[in-house]
Design a binder for this molecule. Structure first.
Ligand SMILES: *Cc1c(COP(=O)(O)O)cnc(C)c1O
Length: 400
C-alpha cells in the first residue's frame, strides 16, 4: 500500500499564506465573531456577482438553505421538490420546517434534476423547487423558473457546487430564482472551513434572512456594539437561529474569493485533460455546457460513469467493463493510492428518507443507474499534472 504522502485524495482545499495572514490579522484585531470582515466579505461577493443582489454570509450552506426556505414562508405539510441525486442537506432543511420533500429523478445526460419530473411532481401543496447544480453545471433553470412562475412556486437554488458557474452568460446567483445558496465547505471550489453565502434580489427576503440568521434580533450584534444609538437596546421579533459566519472564516473567504478565477481556470484545465485522456475508455464522461451557449462549468466534481453499454470491435461487449464494477474499481484505485468518492448515494436509498417518505428505487431509474455506475475522480487546484497522469494511467490499466 502507498504511504500517506503519496495518497492522492479526491479533493483538497487550497489555502495559501494570504489566508493564514488574514486569519492572524483578524485574531490580532480582537474582533473574532461577525463584524467588519464579514461585511467586507459580503460586499466582495456581491461585487464578484456584479448584480443588484444582497449577499448574506452564513456558517454553512445548510443554514443558508434553511433560512431561505423559512423566509420563503415554507410551512408544515407544504411540499418542496428536491432531486434525489444530492446531499442530504438539500432535503433535511425542508424537514426542519415540518414540510415534506418530494424527490424527483435526474436527467440522464447532465444528472441535474429533470424538469419533466419536476412538472409531474407538482401538486396543490407544492410551494418551492430546490434545484441543485450537480457537480457545478447549472440545472435547466429556464424551464424550472418558467414552471415555478406558472404554478406560483418559489425557487431556492442549492448552488453548493456552482461557484462560479455561468448559465447563458449569467452567473449562478444572478439568475431568476428567489434565493441562491453557496457553500464554502472544505471540499468546495472555495472554502472558509465551514461557511456559506445566501444571495437574493428580494429585499424582503434578505431582511428576513438577516434577522433570522442571528436570533431573530432586529439589528445584528455588530450594530449593537458600534452604533451610536443606545447599545444595550435590541428587539427580538422572531425565534431565530444562530447561523452567522465569524470574521475569522470571512477573512479566509476574502482571500479565497480573490483567487477564484485562477482556481476555476485550473479546474477547467484538469477537466479538459481528463476528457481528452479518458475519451477512449468505456466511461460516460461528465456533461458539458454546449459550446457558444455562454454557459460554463465550475468543475466542483468530475463524475464519470462506467459505460455498461460500451461495445468493443465487432459489437462484442467490452470485457473490461464486465470484469470490473464500480465498487471494485474504487477499491483498485485506492490500492494504487488514488482516492475517489461517489456523489451521491441517492436520497431514496437512505434509510431515513426511504422509510419516512415511503420511497421506491423503481421510481428513480436514472439516479439508480447513475449511482451504480458512478465515481468521482480527484480534481482540485493543488493537483499537479503528474498527479493527474497517475489517475489516468491507473484507469487505463484497470479499464482496458
Ligand atoms: C456540500 C453541500 C451542501 C451543504 O453545504 P454545507 O456548507 O456543508 O452546509 C448542500 N448541498 C449540496 C449539494 C452539497 O454538496
Amino acid at each position: 500500500m502507498p504511504d500517506a504522502d503519496t495518497f492522492l485524495p479526491f479533493a483538497l482545499p487550497d489555502i495559501g499564506e494570504e489566508e493564514i495572514r488574514a486569519v492572524e490579522a483578524c485574531l490580532r484585531s480582537g474582533w473574532v465573531t461577525t463584524g467588519p470582515v464579514t461585511r467586507r466579505f459580503e460586499a466582495a461577493f456581491r461585487d464578484y456577482l456584479g448584480a443588484e443582489v444582497e449577499a448574506i454570509a452564513v456558517n454553512s450552506a445548510t443554514a443558508g438553505l434553511h433560512l431561505a426556505l423559512e423566509a420563503a414562508g415554507i410551512e408544515p405539510d407544504d411540499e418542496v421538490i428536491v432531486p434525489t441525486l444530492t446531499f442530504t442537506a438539500s432535503a433535511e432543511v425542508v424537514r426542519y420546517l415540518g414540510a415534506r420533500p418530494v424527490f424527483v429523478d435526474s436527467d440522464p445526460h447532465t444528472l441535474n434534476l429533470d424538469p419533466a419530473a419536476v412538472a409531474a411532481a407538482i401538486t396543490a401543496r407544492t410551494r418551492a423547487i430546490v434545484p441543485v447544480h450537480f457537480g457545478g453545471m447549472a440545472a435547466d433553470m429556464d424551464t424550472i423558473v418558467r414552471l415555478a412562475r406558472r404554478h406560483g412556486l418559489r425557487v431556492i437554488e442549492d448552488a453548493a457546487h456552482a461557484f462560479p458557474t455561468r448559465h447563458h452568460g449569467r452567473l449562478v446567483g444572478t439568475l431568476d430564482s428567489d434565493v441562491t445558496v453557496f457553500s464554502f465547505y472544505a471540499n468546495k471550489t472555495m472554502t472558509t472551513g465551514e461557511g456559506g453565502m445566501v444571495v437574493t434580489r428580494d429585499p424582503r427576503l434578505a431582511e428576513r434572512i438577516r434577522c433570522m440568521r442571528l436570533h431573530g434580533i432586529s439589528r445584528d450584534a455588530f450594530d449593537r456594539y458600534v452604533s451610536r444609538t443606545p447599545s444595550w437596546y435590541y428587539e427580538v421579533v422572531a425565534a431565530g437561529f444562530k447561523y452567522n459566519l465569524t470574521d475569522i472564516a470571512s477573512a479566509i473567504g476574502i482571500e479565497q474569493l480573490r483567487k477564484i478565477d485562477r482556481f476555476q481556470q485550473r479546474r477547467a484545465e484538469l477537466a479538459r485533460r481528463y476528457d481528452d485522456a479518458l475519451a477512449d475508455l468505456p466511461l460516460v464522461l461528465p456533461a458539458r455546457p454546449a459550446p457558444g451557449s455562454g454557459s460554463t462549468h465550475a468543475w466542483h466534481l468530475y463524475v464519470v460513469r462506467l459505460d455498461r453499454a460500451a461495445r468493443g470491435p465487432g459489437g462484442a461487449r467490452r470485457t473490461g467493463v464486465d470484469r470490473i464494477g464500480r465498487d471494485a474499481l474504487i477499491a483498485r484505485l485506492a490500492e494504487r493510492g488514488i482516492g475517489t468518492s461517489v456523489h451521491f448515494i441517492p436520497l431514496h436509498r437512505q434509510p431515513y428518507w426511504r422509510d419516512s417518505c415511503g420511497l421506491h428505487a423503481a421510481d428513480f431509474p436514472v439516479a439508480e443507474a447513475a449511482f451504480e455506475a458512478m465515481l468521482t475522480l480527484p480534481l482540485y487546484t493543488r493537483m499537479t499534472d503528474a498527479d493527474q497522469e497517475r489517475v489516468i494511467a491507473a484507469l487505463h490499466e484497470l479499464l482496458p
